[in-house]
Ligand binder design. Structure first.
Ligand SMILES: [Zn+2]
Length: 405
C-alpha cells in the first residue's frame, strides 16, 4: 500500500504537492545511509547553494551579506552564520523584499502562519520546496512507523487548518486515498470527546496524530471512560509536549508518543526517532543554530534559528522561530549525529485550557491577554505558581497548557 501511495496515488492525485515524491523520499533515505562526514559535507553544499541563491536573487540578503562582509562560499555548518537574524516582524512589514527574483510571484505558493498574538504572517514557497517538505514530513512519519495509506485519525483542533482545503476534491482525497479521519473543533467539550471515542473504536486507526494538549485531553477522557481499541502510533506536534502529557499518553495508549517539531513558516524540521531521546533536526531540510538566552530547570535555553534549505522562493536565513529549546549533549542511541533538542520549551502557541477544564486548541490570544511576543513569555510554567487551594481538575487543566480563567 505504501509503495502504491508514494509512487502512484499521491503523485498523480496531488501533483502540486507530491510530484516526484518517490524520488524525493529516495534522496532522503540515501542521505541517511551516508557516513556522518559525507552528510555534513552534503548539508554544507546545500547551505552554500541556498545562500548563493539568496545573494544573487534577493536584494535584502545581498545588502545584508555585503554589510557583514560575508560570502556564501565561506559558510560552514560547524559554526554560526555571521549574519543578522531574520525576524517575524520583517516578514510582517516587508515580505516582498524577501522574494527571490528568479521566480514569478504568481508561480510561488502563498502560505500564512498565525502567531498567537499578532497578525498572520504571510510568506511564499516555491513549488519544489512544497514537495520536498511533504517528502521530509512523510519520512519523519516513517520514523514513527506510520506509512502513507495507513488509517490515521487527526485530532487537530485549529479550525483554520481545516477550512483551507474545504473543497470536495480535497476531502475525497483525504478520506478515500489518505484514509484520514480529520476532526477539527474550536473547543473540545465532553460530547466531542465521546464522538471521537466512538469513531476511534469504529474505524480503528493505526495512528493518532494531533496537538499535544488535545491528544492528552483525549487520553485522559479514554482513561476515565475506557476504550476497546488502542492505536499503534501516537504522534504529537504543533505544541509543547510536557513531561506530564507524555506520561499520560504513554499510560493511556501503552506506547510512548513521537513528538514532531515544525511550524507553518519552515515546515516540519525535527522529530523523535524510535529511541525517544530528543528531537532530531534533519540536516537534509534545514541548518539550525542555537543562541543561548538563559537558564531553566531543564538546562540552558537556546533560541532556535532556522535556515531553511528547501525554500528558494523566499529564503529564510537565520529565521527566529520564536521558540526556545534545550539541547541534549549525548548522541542518540539510534546513531544519528543530527542536532538534537531535549525539549521545546518556549513555544508561544501552547495549548489553552479554559478554567472549567475544556481544552481550546490552536487559539490565538487577544493582545490584551498576552501583551508581548517575547519568546520567554511561556517559560513561566503556569502550573508552578498554582495555589494549593486550586481544585484538582483545574490543576490538571493547567498542566496541559496555558490557563484562561
Ligand atoms: Zn535518534
Amino acid at each position: 500500500m505504501s509503495w502504491i501511495q508514494t509512487h502512484l496515488i499521491l503523485p498523480f492525485t496531488q501533483p502540486d504537492r507530491c510530484a516526484g515524491l518517490a524520488g524525493r523520499l529516495r534522496s532522503i533515505r540515501k542521505f541517511e545511509r551516508m557516513q556522518e562526514k559525507a552528510q555534513r559535507a552534503e548539508q554544507q553544499a546545500r547551505l552554500q547553494r541556498l545562500l548563493q541563491h539568496a545573494y544573487d536573487t534577493v536584494p535584502y540578503y545581498r545588502n545584508q551579506f555585503d554589510e557583514a562582509g560575508f560570502r556564501p562560499s565561506k559558510a560552514r555548518v560547524d559554526r554560526p552564520l555571521p549574519l543578522p537574524v531574520l525576524t517575524r516582524e520583517q516578514l510582517l512589514t516587508a515580505p516582498a523584499t524577501l522574494l527571490s527574483s528568479s521566480f514569478q510571484t504568481e508561480d510561488l505558493r502563498p502560505a500564512a502562519s498565525s502567531g498567537m498574538t499578532g497578525a498572520p504572517i504571510r510568506f511564499h514557497r516555491d513549488a519544489e520546496a512544497v514537495r520536498d517538505k511533504i517528502a521530509l514530513k512523510l519520512h519523519f512519519d516513517s520514523w514513527a512507523g506510520f506509512r502513507p495509506g495507513q488509517t490515521v485519525m487527526r485530532l487537530w483542533g485549529a479550525s483554520t487548518s481545516l477550512t483551507r482545503e474545504s473543497n470536495w476534491r480535497w476531502r475525497t482525497f483525504e478520506t478515500v486515498f489518505m484514509r484520514q479521519l480529520p476532526h477539527g473543533q474550536a473547543v473540545v467539550p465532553a460530547e466531542v470527546m465521546e464522538r471521537w471515542r466512538w469513531r476511534l473504536e469504529k474505524h480503528r486507526p493505526r495512528v493518532l496524530y494531533g496537538r499535544a494538549t488535545i491528544l492528552a485531553a483525549f487520553a485522559e477522557y479514554l482513561q476515565e471512560r475506557g476504550t476497546r481499541y488502542r492505536p499503534r502510533t501516537i504522534i504529537t506536534t504543533a505544541e509543547v509536549l510536557s513531561d506530564a502529557n507524555r506520561k499520560l499518553l504513554t499510560a493511556a495508549f501503552k506506547s510512548e508518543p513521537y513528538d514532531f517539531y515544525g511550524s507553518r513558516d519552515v515546515g516540519m524540521i525535527a522529530a523523535e526517532c524510535s529511541e525517544h531521546e530528543g528531537l532530531h533536526y534533519h540536516p537534509w531540510g534545514s541548518f539550525v543554530e542555537f543562541e543561548p538566552v538563559g537558564e531553566s530547570p531543564d538546562g540552558t535555553l537556546y533560541r532556535l534559528l532556522v535556515t531553511d534549505l528547501l525554500n528558494y522562493g523566499q529564503p529564510f536565513i537565520r529565521y527566529d522561530t520564536g521558540d526556545c529549546v534545550t539541547l541534549t549533549e549525548q548522541s542518540c542511541s539510534c546513531g544519528r549525529w543530527f542536532p538534537m533538542a531535549g525539549k521545546i520549551v518556549g513555544r508561544l502557541a501552547g495549548g489553552t485550557v479554559y478554567a472549567n477544564g475544556v481544552p481550546v486548541p490552536g487559539v490565538r490570544l487577544d493582545p490584551n491577554v498576552a501583551a508581548t511576543d517575547s519568546p520567554l513569555l511561556p517559560l513561566r510554567a503556569p502550573w508552578k505558581s498554582r495555589s494549593r487551594k486550586m481544585n484538582p481538575r483545574m490543576a490538571g487543566a493547567m498542566q496541559r497548557g496555558v490557563l484562561i480563567a
